[in-house]
Structures are given as structure tokens and as C-alpha cells.
Design a protein around this ligand. Structure first.
Ligand code: SF4
Ligand code: SF4
Length: 82
């Protein structure tokens, strides 16, 4: 019996499981470009606290970014992009 196989005709949760699969494959994240002037606004804005000060610019932990866009909207020099 296909209990966890997510065969779309058998598993009642197939659509949900397929959605998770797509999210896992989704590797996009916001990144900070060299235009960063190190004002720190993005780090204060990120709800997850995953932006830290790097040597030349601030850096986003891409593994944890949920792509909410708050940092990009707050950056005064538009240094954060997808
Ligand atoms: S808000 Fe923009 S300029 Fe300021 S630290 Fe973040 S990326 Fe750099
Ligand atoms: S997009 Fe959202 S979660 Fe990702 S670094 Fe920016 S503020 Fe944080």
C-alpha cells in the first residue's frame, strides 16, 4: 500500500507533499551586493536576525532566508536583490 509515496492518485496529501518538494528545491534567497554601505538597517529589519556584518558588506545567511523582502525594502541604497 502506498502510504507515503505521494502517488497523486493514492495519497490524500499529495498536493501538500508536492508543495514541500518544490520548496526544498527552491534555492533563491536575497543577497547583498557590493553597493552596501554598511549602514546596518537591514540587520535591524530582518525578522529572523540572519543578517550580519561582514568584512566589506553585510551578509545574509541564505540557508535561513525566507524571502520576506523586508531587508530589500529597507535598504537605502537598494543593495539587496534576489
Ligand atoms: S541596509 Fe543596505 S546599505 Fe545598509 S547594511 Fe544593509 S545592505 Fe548594506
Ligand atoms: S528577505 Fe527577509 S528573511 Fe531574508 S534576509 Fe531579508 S529580511 Fe531576512
Amino acid at each position: 500500500m502506498l502510504e507515503y509515496g505521494c502517488n497523486r492518485y493514492v495519497c490524500k496529501n499529495a498536493s501538500i507533499h508536492n508543495q514541500y518538494d518544490q520548496e526544498e528545491e527552491h534555492t533563491m534567497a536575497y543577497r547583498i551586493t557590493d553597493n552596501c554601505v554598511k549602514c546596518g538597517t537591514c540587520a535591524d529589519t530582518c525578522p529572523l536576525g540572519i543578517i550580519s556584518e561582514g568584512e566589506d558588506k553585510y551578509v545574509i545567511d541564505a540557508e535561513q532566508c525566507v524571502e520576506c523582502g523586508s531587508c530589500a525594502a529597507a535598504c537605502p541604497v537598494e543593495a539587496i536583490e534576489l
